[in-house]
Write a new protein. Sequence first.
Length: 75
Amino acid sequence: MTTVAPQPVATRPRPKRTTVEGSFLARAFRTTDHKQIGAFILGASMLPFLYNAFESYRYGEVVTVDDPSGYGNSL
């Protein structure tokens, strides 16, 4: 009886990427994956939000009036 070595069922559909492990920015700029691009934009948009929240907390004006919108005139 002759033994036959197993063969792979299918090969990779595209060549393996050669980026460095852990290199998110290099991988993000070479991709067409919309979820990854959206995650990058969402993460980048958090930086100005956190900066504004921190600056408002430190240097923001304290509101002493119960209706800060001008007694409903701006609604």
